[in-house]
Design a protein around this ligand. Structure first.
Ligand SMILES: Cc1cc2nc3c(=O)[nH]c(=O)nc-3n(C[C@H](O)[C@H](O)[C@H](O)COP(=O)(O)OP(=O)(O)OC[C@H]3O[C@@H](n4cnc5c(N)ncnc54)[C@H](O)[C@@H]3O)c2cc1C
Length: 456
């Protein structure tokens, strides 16, 4: 790696990746007396371009923008963008909390264009301990012209999540695409004789709905296959939404790893389902189309894709129905894998791995303040902590709270006030509640919960 000079400039924060979360951090840091730089390998901000479907909305209210939940007076708010673009009154008349996905993307780009701390076309390749100062880090980034190296007191990893392809479907030839790349392949998929969408979440439903418009006489046969026992809706009731809160995150973070992992699996309906309006739109569309005759589509639940073979013209999918334990086959000419995303320990931190905390599964053991470096509080993650913090990790509505927490650690003081309690419900035993006399304490109760029983 390029050696850095001992007298080279030192930044307060270097952010790796400029998705919504580090963009929010950059916007909240802008008015502060901080020297920050944010690096991204992309040429400019583009939010999930492969899924920028016409009419799609974000799944959280507009207040879940980059800054408002931390600072409602920030000039980088979604409302400021609406005012700036002359869209405030139309948005007001539209009376929907949920901006279009395209609006959210344009809003983020508008904010990005105002922030001098952003550097695009920088692929971060490594983070290292500064050879001249053990408390500093050096972030190396490849550019079109060579390598740049940034010395910094703090590093914030905001590299997002990576598309997941199930093992049985990796390395396939032929027209197979992950939903993250749907739009560039849309026309080819619509021209295929048959397409199969694999997956059960919002992206799967959006792709299925989009392809349904092309189905019918002369259009592709369309199948939708999911391992889930049903096409479940995203749970959006208000007491459940209270789990997107600082205090539920405290509770979740305090639990043992195995219990957190089990809860994460159980809480999939909270954010890995399909918006109820889209489920109904799909049903109503099928109903309308069936008035003209059979709709060339098959929807299969509780069905796992165990393998696929491409013969140069079509795939033969090996499927297994979980409840029946029956294997069967289907053929299809194209595949869309809407099989989700997952956080990974970014390769770029391999050089400082010995300073980072890991759990027994090799994942980053993220502290409650989002730091990962053994209490030094100099290396932080954004949206890489679902396994330690739960449902708030990927939620746009919680980004500003997390950024405020990281900025408080960087500045050594509370720069944006953070709510510690927002819910009406308690998620653990209410604070100050003494254990009933003669019974075991909370610790033993959790152990019993893990063992699936109750403390006696
Ligand atoms: C289609 C889709 C729709 C979603 N809609 C919503 C929604 O409505 N509401 C909600 O709450 N959540 C939503 N999410 C979930 C989540 O909020 C988003 O995934 C969000 O984009 C995550 O932001 P991020 O900043 O973590 O990462 P990303 O947006 O993934 O950005 C990460 C950035 O890091 C850069 N990067 C990665 N590695 C490097 C490197 N080595 N060097 C330099 N740059 C690097 C990438 O280029 C990228 O720009 C959605 C997710 C998807 C996929």
């Amino acid at each position: 790696m390029t050696a850095v000079r001992a007298d080279a400039h030192v930044h307060d924060v270097v952010g790796v990746g400029i998705g919504p979360f580090n963009l929010g951090l950059a916007a909240l840091a802008a008015p502060l007396d901080l020297d920050t730089v944010f690096l991204d390998r992309a040429a400019e901000f583009r939010w999930h371009p492969g899924m920028m479907l016409d009419g799609a909305t974000i799944q959280v209210p507009f207040l879940a923008d980059l800054v408002t939940m931390a600072d409602p007076t920030s000039p980088y708010s979604f409302l400021s963008w609406l005012k700036h673009t002359g869209r405030l009154y139309p948005f007001y008349i539209r009376e929907s909390f949920y901006p279009l996905r395209a609006e959210y993307d344009a809003y983020c780009r508008w904010v990005a264009q105002q922030l001098a701390s952003l550097r695009w076309g920088r692929t971060v390749t490594a983070v290292e301990v500064d050879p001249h100062d053990d408390d500093l880090y050096v972030v190396h980034a490849r550019t079109a012209d060579g390598v740049e190296s940034y010395r910094t007191r703090h590093v914030v990893l905001g590299v997002g999540t990576q598309p997941v392809v199930p093992a049985a479907l990796r390395g396939l030839d032929g027209p197979v695409v992950h939903s993250s790349q749907y739009l560039p392949h849309r026309d080819r998929l619509r021209a295929a004789g048959s397409v199969t969408v694999v997956g059960s979440g919002q992206s799967a439903a959006e792709v299925y709905r989009d392809l349904l418009d092309a189905t019918g006489p002369g259009g592709p046969r369309l199948d939708w296959v999911t391992r889930s026992p049903r096409f479940f809706p995203m749970e959006y009731t208000k007491l459940t939404l209270e789990m997107t809160s600082p205090e539920y995150t405290d509770h979740f973070h305090s639990l043992p790893t195995a219990l957190r992992d089990r809860l994460s699996r159980e809480q999939r309906t909270l954010y890995k389902g399909i918006s109820a309006s889209l489920v109904d739109d799909i049903y109503d569309t099928l109903y309308r189309m069936s008035a003209a005759g059979p709709v060339p589509t098959t929807l299969l639940t509780d069905t796992e894709v165990r393998g696929a073979v491409w013969d140069g013209e079509r795939y033969t999918l090996r499927l297994r129905h979980a409840q029946l334990g029956v294997e069967h086959e289907r053929t299809t000419e194209a595949l869309v894998l809407a099989t989700g995303y997952a956080a990974q320990v970014p390769d770029v931190v391999a050089g400082i791995a010995d300073r980072l905390d890991h759990d027994e599964h090799g994942r980053l053991a993220v502290a409650r303040d989002y730091s990962v470096d053994g209490g030094r509080r100099r290396v932080f993650v954004q949206n890489g902590e679902e396994h330690t913090h739960g449902v708030t990790a990927p939620d746009l509505g919680f980004g500003a709270w997390r950024s405020s927490t990281i900025l408080a650690a960087v500045c050594g003081r509370e720069v944006y006030p953070r709510e510690q309690r927002i819910a009406f419900q308690d998620f653990g035993v209410p604070a100050g509640t003494p254990p009933p006399s003669g019974t075991v304490g909370a610790g033993a109760a959790v152990a019993a919960a893990l063992a699936g029983g109750a403390a006696r």
